[in-house]
Design a binder for this molecule. Structure first.
Ligand code: HEM
Ligand SMILES: Cc1cc2nc3c(=O)[nH]c(=O)nc-3n(C[C@H](O)[C@H](O)[C@H](O)COP(=O)(O)O)c2cc1C
Length: 496
């Protein structure tokens, strides 16, 4: 293939013809513009330029293999790089760029989870902050997540010799110093240049478990490699284990390939996300996309084929990739049978939002469920995980203690973890606080965030009157407000 001149690439800078350079190769992405799950605007902004640096924030290089056949035009002529266009002017003022020389408080000044958000907001580009903080529709789901932790009160016991506190908890037999773990979050390359491996290093140093997202910037094997290296540095002393969050590829063969790859890499459990058959309406992202589209001269961006969730020509092609965030609207409970054949480790359904599905998951023999509404990013006016837990306590209490039950969404104080555990949860997932800590301080921030939560947790235990987590009981909390508001069947039944 002949070399392509930078001046020629620079000419193809519109939606009629859009070329970009990635890792010294020139690609014609014109036919891919409307198929790109991240939108056409971001590609058009890079049209005629070397997009390698921007691309690496979001994707592993292997993504180029998923471009339509014939997209590769050849290698860029290295002597003509100066003729390339520079990316279109950033018309949206970033909050600030992600350079590390920005003034942010010293990490020790972060003493609560919200402090990490303030620090992250100061360093993250606007697009990244919107991606992280965003939620669905009018924001009522995320509001319920945040509020409901405060709608349960403790019922502390006193004079109980609480000098010696043990906060340990196991997840599928893997002990951790804490009953909380880092939730899976995609595209961490847009949050910190070290992306997922940087988060992993912080987790390993503190012994916290972490669930890795299918939509990670770095591949599943590379992330596991960073885990192995950090463990080695610590003489394999860290109890941290990595689990894998699984967005099911639409194509069965690719779905199986991905599962095998994840298993071989050493992930300890599969957390299948079931609350995202299609992407929720991420309102703040939509405003931004519209602004970006206008800035590059597309009046209105149609939802990409992938986003619309209909028959989907793109997703199957992405299926076998190590890291790709595709959603399959076709998954049903029946799929669990073949998944079980391919994956012999623990399986958790992530995104259970009512007692009926919790019971079904139990009947289908799942190892665990995660009560979650995806951090308020999927369905509008979703129940909080605590509300769903109260529903389970009321309508199918028999499943509590028989399978591992996790909750996530809106946890911002370590002592709140105790409320979920009193009501029967195994552990709590924490998302954004870790993401913000990573954004502002890298792995050091992740460590600090673990410390903040752990200290609040341990203090909370002493003040509640317990010394170990197995002493927690439902009567140690007053959950009446949530219990009063749970769903009631129209015809009275006491069990599902
Ligand atoms: C060249 C081939 C490309 C392919 C096959 C591709 C594929 C994808 C896929 C599958 C997603 C969905 C989420 C995920 O898996 O992470 C996505 C999202 C995204 N992509 Fe690309 N992409 C390409 C190029 C680019 C380039 C050049 C950029 C930036 C310069 C970019 C920026 C983004 C962004 C910002 C998102 C949204 C991330 C999010 O909100 O989660 N992509 N892309
Ligand atoms: C920026 C961001 C990205 C996320 N990406 C994923 C993902 O790729 N897969 C997934 O199952 N959940 C994802 N989630 C949801 C989290 O796993 C978790 O359910 C949620 O963040 C918990 O709420 P919290 O952020 O309020 O703690 C994401 C959440 C955020 C904030």
């Amino acid at each position: 293939m002949s070399k392509v001149d930078g001046a020629e690439v620079a000419k193809h800078d519109s939606k009629k013809s859009c070329w970009i350079v990635l890792d010294s190769s020139v690609y014609d992405v014109t036919s891919f513009l409307m198929k790109h799950p991240g939108g056409a605007a971001i590609l058009l902004k890079q049209a005629g330029t070397d997009a390698t640096r921007e691309f690496a924030k979001y994707h592993p290089l292997s993504y180029v293999n998923d471009l339509p056949p014939g997209s590769l035009l050849g290698a860029i002529d290295a002597n003509t790089l100066g003729n390339l266009r520079s990316p279109k002017e950033e018309t949206l003022t970033p909050l600030k760029t992600s350079d590390t020389d920005k003034e942010i408080p010293h990490v020790t000044l972060c003493v609560t989870c919200p402090d990490f958000e303030a620090a992250a907001k100061a360093v993250l580009p606007r697009k990244s902050y919107i991606y992280a903080s965003g939620s669905a529709n009018t924001g009522l789901s995320i509001k319920a997540n945040l509020d409901d932790w405060g709608r349960i009160n403790f019922r502390p016991r006193v004079m109980r010799n609480v000098g010696d506190i043990d906060t340990r908890r196991s997840i599928f037999g893997h002990s951790s110093p804490y009953p909380f773990y880092i939730s899976p979050m995609g595209t961490l390359g847009a949050i910190h240049p070290g992306a997922e491996p940087e988060m992993v290093r912080g987790a390993v140093r503190k012994g916290a478990h972490m669930v890795v997202s299918t939509a990670s910037t770095r591949g599943a094997q590379e992330i596991m490699q960073s885990y192995v290296e950090e463990q080695k540095r610590l003489n394999n002393a860290s109890p941290t284990r990595l689990f894998y969050q699984y967005y099911m590829p639409v194509d069965r063969k690719k779905a199986i390939q991905l599962m095998h790859l994840v298993k071989e890499a050493g992930y300890k459990g599969l957390w299948i996300t079931v609350d995202a058959p299609v992407l929720g309406k991420r309102t703040a992202d939509r405003y931004l996309q519209a602004e970006e589209a206008l800035a590059v001269g597309i009046e209105e961006e149609q939802p990409s084929e992938w986003e619309s969730g209909h028959e989907n020509t793109f997703a199957p092609a992405m299926g076998g990739r190590v890291a790709s965030g595709q959603l399959s609207p076709h998954t049903t409970w029946e799929d669990l049978a073949w998944i079980r054949k391919e994956w012999d480790g623990p399986i958790v359904l992530k995104g259970i939002q009512c007692a009926e599905d919790a019971k079904l998951a139990y009947d289908y023999g799942l190892d665990g469920i995660l009560l979650s509404n995806h951090g308020g990013r999927q369905i509008h006016t979703a129940p909080s995980a605590l509300m769903t837990l109260c529903e389970i306590r009321t309508y199918c209490p028999e499943i509590i203690g028989k399978m591992e039950i996790f909750v996530d969404g809106g946890l911002r104080d370590g002592s709140d973890v105790l409320k979920a555990l009193c009501l029967g949860a195994t552990a709590v997932g924490v998302g954004r606080p870790f993401l913000y800590a990573l954004a502002a301080y890298g792995s050091q921030g992740v460590e600090r965030c673990v410390d903040v939560l752990a200290e609040e947790l341990s203090t909370g235990m002493s003040l509640l009157g317990v010394t170990s987590l197995d002493q927690l009981k439902p009567e140690m909390v007053n959950a009446s407000r949530l219990l009063n508001e749970i769903w009631r069947p129209e015809s009275l039944r006491s069990r599902l």
